[in-house]
Design a protein around this ligand. Structure first.
Ligand code: ZN
Length: 322
């Protein structure tokens, strides 16, 4: 077999292992009735997007460990296979893949994948393991804060070592540093929203436009008011949303005299007024809704603008007793 074919085959096998790792998380999550939306592969690994993160420490621990456990399992299976096929297990030949060392190499890389993912730093699985373990004794916000500090310390060590060894370490360090920061912010926001409902954030003065309005009318509304996000109605029924970027884009194509119907974003998100504010926040982040429509008794009640929630979180954080 040609070297190129072999290398491609090796990379494909590796991708399969990464996918199996993500399936491990998904399978563990499904035990707690948490569904997985999709699995995305990045150059540095995969991400299984769960519908929500398990908040019970033991559940988070098991879901986080399930991924690396799959890689360890693959290592064990490959070693059994190596035993059965009696292929030479020569550790000295790992610079390039040969038919003889293919399985051994795959086992070694899987071992690394498991170890790498267990580094106790967000967004690695090890960060979640650490947070879950800390959560057994501490509250979730404090546990996340400590886990984030540990993660960022490790990230700084990585970046530092990267300068002397490999630029790849700097890259991983930055990735981990930002991941830890985002996780800490996310949990802080969640705790601020806890106990509040969508109704607490609703804007009853809805900035509206009609589907039959022209783009130039939308531009006018944008320039005259403070609103950047508009709800587009078809009569009385919500038909779409339009944000500032959308309006500016529509001005170029299809042009100022076109109707909003062709320019608006037709994806609408709804939430009941009594539902938790946290859900609104998650929905808007996940689907990138500029506005979320709030209903009460099946009637249009108002909208939630992401900026309102963020401002609220900032105000609460700023006035929190330190
Ligand atoms: Zn994982």
């Amino acid at each position: 077999m040609k070297q190129v074919t072999l290398s491609v085959l090796f990379i494909l096998s590796l991708f399969v292992c990464v996918i199996l790792h993500e399936f491990g998380h998904a399978l563990a999550a499904s035990r707690y009735h948490i569904h997985t939306k999709d699995i995305t592969l990045y150059p540095i690994g995969g991400v299984a997007r769960l519908e929500k993160m398990p908040e019970k420490p033991m559940q988070e621990l098991i879901v986080a460990l399930a991924g690396p456990a799959v890689n360890f399992l693959i290592v064990v299976l490959l070693f059994i296979l190596l035993r059965l096929t009696k292929l030479p297990a020569d550790f000295s030949i790992i610079t390039h893949v040969t038919p003889e060392n293919f399985l051994l190499n795959l086992a070694i890389v899987n071992g690394w994948l498991a170890v790498f993912n267990l580094i106790p730093a967000f967004p690695m699985d090890g960060g979640r393991v650490l947070r879950a373990l800390l959560s057994l004794r501490l509250n979730r916000v404090t546990a996340t804060k400590i886990a984030a500090i540990v993660g960022q310390t490790i990230a700084i060590i990585f970046i530092f070592l990267g300068f002397f060894n490999s630029p790849f370490l700097i890259f991983i360090g930055l990735f981990v540093f930002l991941g830890a920061m985002a996780e800490a912010e996310m949990v802080k926001s969640e705790s601020v929203l806890k106990g509040r409902t969508a109704e607490d954030f609703v804007m009853k003065q809805i900035p509206v436009l009609q589907t039959t309005d022209t783009i130039s009318k939308a531009v006018e509304a944008l320039l005259n008011g403070q609103c950047k996000n508009f709800l587009v109605l078809d009569g009385n029924a919500p038909a779409g949303t339009l944000n500032r970027d959308g309006i500016i884009r529509a001005l170029q194509q299809p042009g100022a005299e076109a109707s909003l119907y062709s320019a608006m974003d037709k994806n609408l998100g709804y939430i009941e007024a009594a539902e938790p504010a946290e859900k609104a926040f998650v929905l808007m982040q996940q689907y990138k809704y500029p506005l979320l429509i709030v209903t009460k008794n099946n009637q249009l009640f108002g909208v939630i603008d992401m900026e309102n929630i963020l401002e609220y979180i900032m105000v609460i954080n700023a006035s929190a007793v330190k």
